[in-house]
Write a protein that binds this ligand. Structure first.
Ligand code: FMN
Length: 368
């Protein structure tokens, strides 16, 4: 069955062979010092199996003072850059592409990690994510400036590590979103108090990264409708329209949006639509959240036949290293095992999901 899902698409400087993307999915398999491992090399190489696939990495930490998540990879040290370089080389060898996702966690940093590693949990304002949680220290303008510089350096490091680009995580309840939304930002300086001021941080981060590595190498992920981690606005359209316009003015490579029917990695019921976003950014877009092969085909062929849209699959990519092949040939998918999503440093549920016999056969034929 023909579908635009299997037609090439230009995303910044690269051209993918099809429109099925692997989005950031954190798996906690890096070392205790936040260095990527050989197990991660195996995992990402498996998922690069179909040439011309774009993989966005799990969220990476960008600086020692902005750690926050146990066994998450980072991109501030030479050791991390070298370890990622092995992975990007392997993915490129498969003919696929890789963007590095970067974030700071703000109020969502893990207090146990903060204690162990000796950093302070910060936020836009002194608002904990839930009752009884650590009250974050509001960032000073000086510390915001330092963090913006750290994002700029992370972008340079990513290019040194061989990545094709960098995706900024501006959603999922992490620090950038904590600045964008008034539920977490009650500041009355230049970073709060108005739509324009709440857009300032994300704009400054994109700006410095664009200067350092070129705007076309940048993507921005947003979750305007998500209530994950007690975030959310009654009407996010005006606020996010401003963010999208800023990204459009900077001419970044793509926007990545998550549908309202997904809350983090869980399904919820919602009819809120992303349509408002499409006219505000010249494209391309990546859209994620609860998709199946059929719904992805419908999205690109029927709902938005004129738009440059690719579809990201999170949980299915975890369980199906040959997901692109399976969707193309309408094969059954391996079910995902939620209990091993975050099993610290465990190979089980990480690198042992099987390829389909049909894929293995096709590879054998190809190599004969
Ligand atoms: C285990 C797990 C980890 C995730 N980690 C990240 C992450 O690091 N960065 C991110 O932007 N989204 C993360 N997400 C969200 C996914 O990228 C995706 O948006 C979500 O799973 C919905 O897509 P799906 O319905 O295809 O799974 C994660 C989701 C899961 C299930």
């Amino acid at each position: 069955m023909n579908s635009r899902l299997f037609e090439p698409l230009k995303i910044g400087k690269i051209e993918v062979n099809h429109r099925i993307i692997m989005p950031g999915v954190s798996r906690m398999r890096a070392t205790d010092d936040h260095v990527p491992t050989d197990m991660m090399l195996e995992y990402y190489t498996q998922r690069a199996a179909v040439p011309g696939t774009l993989i966005v990495t799990e969220a990476n930490l960008i600086a020692t003072e902005h750690r926050g998540y146990t066994n998450a990879p980072g991109i501030w040290s030479q050791e991390q850059i070298s370890a990622w370089k092995k992975i990007t080389d392997a993915v490129h060898k498969k003919g696929s592409y890789m963007f590095l996702q970067v974030m700071t966690m703000g109020r969502m940093a893990d207090p146990a990690e903060a204690k162990k590693e000796g950093f302070t949990i910060v936020g836009a304002s002194a608002i904990p994510w839930t009752e009884g949680a650590v009250v974050p220290e509001p960032m000073t303008v000086e510390s915001i400036r330092q963090m913006v510089q750290a994002f700029g350096q992370a972008a340079k490091n990513a290019i040194e590590a061989g990545f094709d680009g960098v995706e900024v995580l501006g959603g999922n309840g992490m620090l950038i979103e904590q600045f964008i939304q008034p539920v977490t930002n009650t500041r009355n300086d230049e970073y709060g108090g108005s739509i324009e001021n709440r857009t300032r941080l994300v704009k400054e981060i994109l700006q410095i990264m664009a200067t350092n590595i070129g705007p076309e190498r940048l993507g921005l992920r947003l979750t305007p409708w998500s209530r994950y981690l007690n975030m959310g606005m009654d009407d996010p359209v005006e606020q996010y329209s401003q963010v999208l316009r800023a990204a459009n003015d900077l001419q970044i490579g793509y926007i990545h949006l998550v549908e309202s029917r997904v809350k983090g990695g869980d399904d919820v019921v919602s009819n809120d639509k992303l349509d408002f976003a499409f006219p505000l950014f010249r494209g391309p877009f990546i859209v994620a959240g609860g998709h199946t092969g059929d719904s992805a085909r419908k999205l690109v062929d029927q709902d938005f036949p004129e738009s440059d849209i690719a579809v990201a699959f999170g949980r299915h990519f975890i369980a199906n290293p040959d997901l692109v092949f399976r969707i193309k040939h309408d094969l059954a998918l391996n079910p995902y095992d939620r209990s091993s999503f975050y099993s610290l440093k465990e190979p089980k549920g990480y690198i042992d999901y099987p390829f389909s016999p049909e894929y293995l056969e096709s590879e054998q034929t190809r190599s004969q």
